[in-house]
Design a protein around this ligand. Structure first.
Ligand code: ATP
Ligand code: MG
Length: 223
């Protein structure tokens, strides 16, 4: 599904150049569920942002199915992201001034769907995640676990093939974490491919493969 070849990325901060990704090669198969672990600052979010088409590498190629994402311009990448990717970002950012329904419906705002179709879609995702009762709530009234479920609902609203999750269970209690992991497992069983960045071994153990990021490289450490 995904092939990364020689992916390289550096950041410049003042005089210093930080090489975050150093010629990364990685294959992700359709239907896989994999974890990416590694110390803070090793480039996990950077890699996920590139997979999402939010950021680009300096060198190397990113192929998604038949398409070379690394050859795309910003607009093409935005369209690719919209059609294929569900992104649950680190420290889930919901929009405080909008309620749960509005937050989940947000990715559909420029779609050609009618209001009724959008409501149906949101209702279905709410039901799937068992949070229908939150629909009209303001997001600043939600608990951490509820917010995380809303963030997942928003990532799922366009029925993406690839779900990228950056620390999706950080700061959740064990039971809520397990509920979220059960949601991921179910999505995987429905055919979705999941890439989960986590510091948590429990989360990693739910995945089929565990990769470890270090010194700009990604190594498979368990499968
Ligand atoms: N936009 C940016 N400009 C400059 N440096 C950046 C930028 N984004 C990330 N970095 C640097 O790149 C390195 C990798 O950052 P990244 O966010 O990918 O790490 P991470 O593995 O996700 O860490 P964490 O586990 O803390 O989330 C860090 O040293 C960070 O400071
Ligand atoms: Mg990060």
């Amino acid at each position: 599904m995904i092939t990364l070849k020689g992916l390289t990325k550096s950041y410049r901060s003042g005089e210093r150049k930080i090489d975050v990704l150093k010629r990364i090669n990685l294959e992700i198969e359709q239907g896989d569920m994999l974890a990416i672990m590694g110390r803070s600052g090793t480039g996990k979010s950077t890699l996920l942002n590139i997979l999402a088409g939010l950021d680009t590498a300096d060198q190397g190629t990113y192929q998604y199915k038949q398409v070379k994402i690394s050859d795309m311009n910003g607009n093409e990448r935005a369209r690719f992201r919209k059609q294929n990717i569900g992104f649950i970002i680190q420290n889930y950012t919901l929009i405080d001034s909008k309620n749960v329904f509005e937050n989940i419906a947000l990715p559909l705002r420029y779609s050609k769907l009618s209001k009724g179709e959008i409501i149906d879609k949101v209702d279905r995702v709410l039901a799937d995640l068992k949070i229908t009762e939150l629909k009209e709530k303001d997001v600043d009234m939600l608990s951490g676990g509820e917010m995380q479920r809303v963030a997942i609902a928003r990532a799922l609203i366009q029925d993406p093939d690839l779900i990228l999750a950056d620390e999706p269970t950080g700061s959740l209690d064990e039971q809520t974490e397990e509920e979220i992991l059960n949601i991921f497992k179910k999505l995987n069983q429905e055919g979705k491919t999941l890439v989960i960045v986590t510091h948590d071994q429990v989360v990693a153990d739910w995945c089929y493969k565990i990769y470890y990021m270090q010194d700009g490289k990604v190594d498979l450490i368990a499968s």
